[in-house]
Design a protein around this ligand. Structure first.
Ligand code: SF4
Ligand code: SF4
Length: 152
C-alpha cells in the first residue's frame, strides 16, 4: 500500500534527522514539489462541523475529535451563515448566564457533530484525502513542514 510505504519512509527520515542531531530551524521549511509524504494539513475550526468524514478516510489515524467544545469556537462558527445550529446553541447558552470565550464544555453523549478537531502531524502522511472528502472545505494544506514539531 502506497501510504504505508510513505509512512515507513517518514519514520526512516525522522530517525535519521534525530540521530544527526541537526539544529532544527525555527520556522517551517519548504517541502520540494517532488517529495511526497511531507507537508502541513490545516483544519479551519470555523468551518469544521466535526462531521467525522476526514477521520474515517484517514489511513494513518492522524485525526481525532476531542469531545469538548469552547465558546470562542462556538462564537466564530455561529457567525458563519451556513451553521445555524451553532447560532441557536449560542443564543441558548448565553441566556443561561455569563460565559467567556475561555469557557469549555463537554459535549453531551448523543450530541453529534460537536467537538475539537485534533491532528497529529507525526502520523500524517500528507496524502490529502481528507481535503477531498471534507464536505465543508474546512481543510487546506501547505507544502511546509515544521521540523521542530515533527521531530518532537
Ligand atoms: S470532514 Fe471537514 S467538517 Fe468533517 S470533521 Fe473533517 S474537517 Fe471537520
Ligand atoms: S493528509 Fe489527511 S487523510 Fe492523509 S494522512 Fe494526513 S490527516 Fe490523514
Amino acid at each position: 500500500m502506497v501510504e504505508k510505504s510513505i509512512k515507513d519512509k517518514r519514520e526512516v527520515v525522522r530517525d535519521l534527522l534525530k540521530k544527526l542531531m541537526i539544529k532544527m530551524p525555527e520556522n517551517p521549511v519548504a517541502v520540494p514539489q517532488h517529495v511526497r509524504g511531507f507537508g502541513t494539513i490545516i483544519i479551519n475550526t470555523e468551518e469544521c462541523l466535526s462531521c467525522g468524514a476526514c477521520l474515517h478516510i484517514c489511513i494513518s489515524q492522524a485525526m481525532s475529535i476531542e469531545r469538548i467544545f469552547d465558546m470562542e469556537t462556538l462564537r466564530k462558527q455561529a457567525s458563519n451563515p451556513h451553521y445555524q445550529n451553532r447560532l441557536i446553541l449560542l443564543r441558548f447558552i448565553e441566556k443561561l448566564g455569563n460565559v467567556s470565550n475561555e469557557t469549555r464544555f463537554n459535549v453531551p453523549a448523543g450530541l453529534i457533530c460537536f467537538g475539537k478537531h485534533q491532528l497529529n502531524l507525526k502520523d500524517c502522511v500528507f496524502c490529502e484525502d481528507c481535503i477531498e472528502i471534507c464536505p465543508f472545505k474546512a481543510i487546506t494544506s501547505e507544502r511546509l513542514l515544521d521540523l521542530k514539531e515533527y521531530l518532537d
